[in-house]
Design a protein around this ligand. Structure first.
Ligand code: M6R
Length: 605
């Protein structure tokens, strides 16, 4: 949420900052701005709307200079506008911010009494002026003092007018890393923003302060002492973070799923059995666990819902799944024998992170399923199982979901083995079923064209329902979230048997219903629910197995999935749901990769 990039080096900063902001635009895209040391002072250009508006403005008012900071915003305090866009500053400094300053109202009042005035509605302008108030010539001392006055989460990139060529940064809660290259040094919210220049980076711990020049990086710890950082190398490369000939990142990422699943699952299968030993989780780890608590948001939470069914079914171990933002409010009952599993693509989601911290406070072991190496959740969890999906750029999560399922399947089989619920032979058969199903995801991708034609029938749709039972229900939740997120069609997901308890009153002639009926054992029951909506005139898209033979007059459209065990069908059924959302959004003229009001990485609670 909000993207920060800073560069100090030998080349012109503006081009590098704009390129970095382009790569970070998925984090927020309602306004953008840059500040650059130019002609002996800090000069700032900002613009409401997409990055192109800022690019146009920079053509009118070019900024020369080789040191600067940039920001792409997802509004929290104050509407998207030129004034509210970052950077914010004073004569002494310019600052970009990701996060929320919770006590900004009190700080603003304090500063007003000291004679400061404010032009924007943002908490960031308050942060800039707190820093101005604290600044007496020593940047690190001022940052430390100002940070101490601020409550909440933040990552700041800062230029001080009397320190040309230097960038300062600090973080608490919100992500920020420093990256190093022979051409100069960077700060960035996400390493993908600078992959074209370097893969070498280091992370910042909370309250650490970094000073970058073109050829140096100095870090001070919270106690003010200089510290050495370990330099890491990003696994991702620049091609992975590009569209590679696809019209949108989302479509590219949907098509990357077989490969991503393969990369995530294969390294964890040894002699046909699942093992997390190479992830540092020894065999026997799950033996004494009494209960599993899954916590996540959005799509990751939907993966958790499938994971619950897999673990309960295979390992006969109770599993709870909670929305991270609600978890703490029910004062959860947790013991050290509860394994808390947090699931997050970005590893930075603020609600998930807060839930993780609560679980750790209660003494639970925390295992994170995360896609972004070195992210805050990965660092704070006791154990990490990385998903190897590569960078997911589209705001709508697709391949990250599938690989989360991949890890949860492996975990379910591993727990079942350690709990003695399945024999080695049975576990091997399950793994073989899982690998076969991964292979069949390729067949699902071949259905893109017929699915595009079905999606076109939703061009004018105002409201749509998803129904399904068993494993199909969490898939309905995911299909519904995906469709509303990017196509702006109002959707609801219902357990098929629940519709008749109220919501069926909304089914009138012509209302589209997507019925997921992939579960062999539940097919007759789900088809009864399809009959109920058909009887009220619904236009049904039926997604079922190739082998199913429902009556032809039950559906307007049918998508037939390859055969797999009921347990693994979610890996297949999610693909047509993703494609349906994608093509519906395209035909409705929506901005697929950057849907309105959203951002990829939700780093505010
Ligand atoms: O990075 P995370 O997996 O923690 O993100 C969680 C949700 O914000 C995310 O899955 C969101 O729901 C997606 N935009 C859905 O496509």
């Amino acid at each position: 949420m909000c993207g920060i990039v800073g560069f100090t080096g030998v080349a012109g900063a503006v081009g590098i900052l704009m390129e970095g902001l382009g790569n970070l635009e998925y984090r927020g895209y309602d306004s953008a701005g840059v500040s650059v040391f130019s002609e002996g002072k800090i000069r700032t250009v900002k613009a409401r709307g997409r990055l192109q508006n800022l690019a146009d403005r920079l053509k009118e008012s070019p900024l020369e200079g080789s040191c600067g900071i940039g920001h792409t915003r997802w509004a929290t305090h104050g509407e998207p506008s030129d004034i509210n866009a970052h950077p914010h500053g004073t004569e002494k400094l310019s600052l970009v911010h990701n996060g929320i300053i919770e006590n900004y109202v009190e700080l603003r009042e304090m500063l007003k009494e000291k004679g400061y005035s404010f032009v924007s509605q943002t908490d960031t302008e308050v942060a800039a002026k707190v820093l101005d108030f604290c600044y007496e010539g020593d940047p690190a001392a001022a940052i430390r003092r100002a940070s101490g006055m601020m409550e909440g989460a933040f990552a700041f990139g800062i230029l001080f007018a009397d320190r040309p060529g230097e960038i300062y940064a600090v973080r608490r809660g919100s992500p920020l890393i420093a990256a190093l290259s022979p051409e100069g040094n960077f700060i960035t919210s996400d390493v993908t923003a600078v992959l074209r220049h370097t893969r070498r980076y280091f992370t910042l711990e909370p309250e650490e302060i970094v000073r970058l020049t073109a050829d140096s990086a100095v870090v001070w710890g919270a106690d003010g002492k200089e510290i050495q950082k370990e330099i890491l190398t990003a696994d991702w490369n620049v091609e992975q973070a590009q569209k590679g000939g696809f019209p949108h990142f989302m479509l590219k990422e949907i098509f990357e799923q077989p490969q991503a699943l393969d990369s995530t699952i294969h390294p964890r299968v040894h002699t046909g059995l699942p093992s997390f030993a190479s992830d540092g989780i020894p065999d026997g780890f799950f033996r004494d666990i009494d209960r599993v608590q899954v916590i996540a948001c959005g799509t990751a939470m939907h993966a958790g819902m499938v994971g619950r069914m897999v673990i309960e079914k295979l390992a006969r171990l109770p599993v709870d799944v909670d929305i991270a933002s609600e978890f703490r409010y029910r004062d959860p009952i947790l013991t050290p024998r509860h394994l808390v599993v947090v699931v997050s693509q970005s590893g930075e989601t603020a609600d998930t992170l807060a839930a993780l911290r609560l679980a750790k406070d209660r003494g639970c072991p925390v295992l994170a399923i995360v896609n972004v190496a070195g992210s805050t959740i990965a660092r704070e969890a006791d154990h990490v199982l990385y998903t190897f999906a590569g960078p997911e750029i589209a705001v709508a999560s697709t391949k990250a979901y599938s690989v989360q399922l991949g890890v949860l399947y492996l975990m379910g089989i591993r727990i079942a083995l350690e709990k003695g619920q399945v024999s080695e032979e049975e576990a091997r058969a399950l793994i073989s079923g899982l690998l076969d199903t991964v292979e069949k995801t390729k067949k699902c991708l071949e259905m893109a064209e017929p699915i595009r034609k079905i999606a076109e029938t939703y061009r004018e749709t105002g409201s749509l329902f998803f129904i399904g039972r068993g494993f199909d229900y969490p898939l309905c939740c995911e299909g519904s979230l995906k469709l509303k997120e990017i196509s702006y069609i109002h959707c609801e997901a219902y357990a098929a048997g629940e519709l008749k308890h109220g919501t069926i009153s909304l089914i009138t002639p012509g209302v589209p219903v997507v019925a997921l009926a992939t579960q062999g054992a539940l097919l007759p029951k789900t088809l009864s629910n399809v009959k109920e909506v058909r009887a009220r005139g619904a236009s049904v898209l039926l997604i079922c197995r190739e082998s199913a033979h429902p009556e032809e007059d039950l559906f307007a459209h049918r998508i037939s999935l390859p055969e797999a065990d009921d347990l693994f069908m979610p890996l297949l059924s999610v693909i047509p749901l993703q494609l349906l959302s994608y093509y519906a959004a395209v035909c409705r003229g929506c901005d697929v990769d950057k849907p309105r009001n959203l951002a990829k990485s939700v780093t505010v609670e």
